[in-house]
Ligand binder design. Structure first.
Ligand code: DC
Length: 214
């Protein structure tokens, strides 16, 4: 089974690169961050405190999350846009630090990829925890100012300073959590995307993929 793992912090360009790679390699694309966002979205809708471990853990086991490319349905409702809202973005790190949520979502991620015979999978812990045996691993990164600038252009209605501060907070939470922290796997190709365009990065990765065993 061919699994391409793409990890890195928010705004590193991993979604764009992962989607392009999936197209070029004719593989399915799985955005695991969207799954954590779906859980945060559902918790807020139910009035749960995202920090509370047990109620969120109970909810996630019953939750129907349907991912198809970039489209996300949560319990049958289209949440593609809402999972990117500032409220969900603020709540998602707490949900992603919940060990029961991680266990459940990792199990679903493995099943999703298996059912499709492989995929390009993006997240924070794909090459380290979810698919340590992935055929190919890349870790994308970029300077904080560049990453915040990209996210600021995407969300539009928030001040750059607020986006940068929130991103720094999430970086710290994602890197410091005990389970599945953001880490560069020893065997990952590391790419700084700060001053490079997407196509050049995709070409570089395809070349490395071609020369490896993937
Ligand atoms: O990539 P993103 O910003 O959409 O991810 C949303 C959050 O989910 C982010 O704060 C980190 C978390 N996440 C995670 O803990 N593990 C993953 N495999 C993917 C995302």
């Amino acid at each position: 089974m061919r699994v391409i793992a793409i990890d890195g912090p928010a705004g590193s360009g991993k979604s764009t690169v992962a989607r392009r790679l999936a197209e070029r390699l004719d593989l399915a694309y799985l955005d695991t961050g969207a799954m954590y966002r779906a859980v945060a979205f559902a918790a807020l809708r139910r009035g749960l405190d995202p920090e509370e471990l047990r109620p969120v853990a109970r909810m996630v086991r019953e939750l129907d999350i349907d991912l198809d490319g970039t489209n996300v349905r949560v319990d049958g409702v289209d949440a593609t846009i809402d999972i990117r809202s500032p409220e969900v973005t603020r709540a998602v790190s707490a949900v992603a630090a919940n060990p029961s949520v991680r266990t459940e979502l990792i199990c679903r991620q493995r099943a999703w990829v298996k059912a499709r015979g492989g995929a390009v999978v993006e997240g924070r812990d794909i090459g380290t925890v979810v698919f340590p045996e992935a055929s190919f691993k890349a870790y994308l990164t970029a300077r904080l100012d560049v990453r915040a600038g990209r996210r600021h252009r995407e969300v539009g209605d928030l001040a750059y300073e607020a986006v940068a501060a929130d991103m720094a907070r999430r970086d710290a939470l994602d890197s410091e959590r005990v389970e599945g922290p953001l880490l560069c796997s020893d065997d990952a190709v590391r790419v700084d995307t700060s001053d490079r365009d997407v196509e050049a990065i995709v070409e570089e990765l395809l070349e490395k993929l071609g020369s490896g065993s993937a």
